[in-house]
Design a protein around this ligand. Sequence first.
Ligand code: S3P
Length: 440
Amino acid sequence: MTRLISAPCAGLKGSARVPGDKSISHRSLMIGALALGETRIEGLLEGEDVLRSAAAMRALGASVHQDGPGRWRVSGRGIGGLAEPADILDMGNAGTGARLLMGLVATHPLTAFFTGDASLRKRPMERVALPLRQMGAQIHARQGGRLPLALIGAREPMPITYTLPVASAQIKSAVLLAGLNAPGATTVIEPEPTRDHTELMLRYFGVDVRVVQTPQGRAATVIGQPEIEGRDIRVPADPSSAAFPMVAALIRPGSDIRLENVGINPHRIGLIETLVEMGADIAFENRREQAGEPIADIRVRAGRLKGVTVPTSRAPSMIDEYPILSMAAAFADGPTRMEGLAELRVKESDRLAAIVRGLKACGVELEAGDDFLVVQGSRTAPRGGAEIEAELDHRIAMSFLVLGTATREPIAIDDGSPIDTSFPGFAVLMNALGAKIRGE
Ligand code: S3P
């Protein structure tokens, strides 16, 4: 356990490069492991979640090497070429790692066992197991579809067409990755579009990926059993990590910061859209493209925010950002209403409950229901002065440390160690910009 304390600071200044995108990092290791020849990755997120995926790909027979900080090399096995792992695949805290990997192995004739930490072992896996069974895999999980689970991959995989029951890029990606080793067309239809990094990266590797709009929603199809060759990938900085210094700069008067090389995929920037609606001064500079993904440098200057309503339709493009938006909302003029939050309850923690508990302890007024939250903002900075339980949830920990940069009294987190799952070096980077976060 590492207790962290964030104390009020002056305005944030300077430039920073937050670590690589977690979603793209997982996918680059997994897809690299299916390609023939070498995939060289730059800017890989070396957080614990992604390192678990690296270890899992090694256990499945790929060779995965670190050449230097953020620089990795994967020599893949070809689609259909994964080997049976000799031991249990322990995915740690990583829901994305666990679910995408289940898809990947579901259409290989091998047996694999999956487990994870106390947080991951509480999270629902049936949502992924269901379509993978339709493709021919056998999956036996604990009650409630929880890890640990055993997966026996299909000997004769079947392509399917699957309509997502919940907006989830993890389910979509698991099915599309499974479809890579099924003969013919595997299609996922999503009523609400979610992040499309799997589709973009598969296409970048040369897979035939077709995306069309249908009356039921966006349909993404992969044509299975292609031969793909290794490619070079530069992973952009993670917009979900950039969100933390971004909001700190908005709520600390006098701040002016630049975050470099950040992914601005339209399916990931719902938070920025919302903050701009709230009146935030956020500008994209130097827009460019890298490995099929749009990126930019982001300049953020402090200013007054006003409360807004965030509609359910925006949830998929900012699903990981509600904790940090809730912190920004505490500093806005008037209420900010967030709707369609049911999925927050099955993330690394029950995030809706964790936000409510933490903000109340810091003196912020709010109202919450099963799937909505209204945060009452105020011109006066909230009191703070609370000890927050991080509950093995990196984003809850970072959100409250950001809040502590601007409350009247410091905020403490009981355990900051989960931050390393997605944002190693968080406190150092924030302090270089002017925050006052220290360990005890
Ligand atoms: C992710 C998808 C989202 C998100 C997670 C990363 C991905 O989960 O919360 O942090 O990389 O596909 P869901 O798809 O379950 O909403």
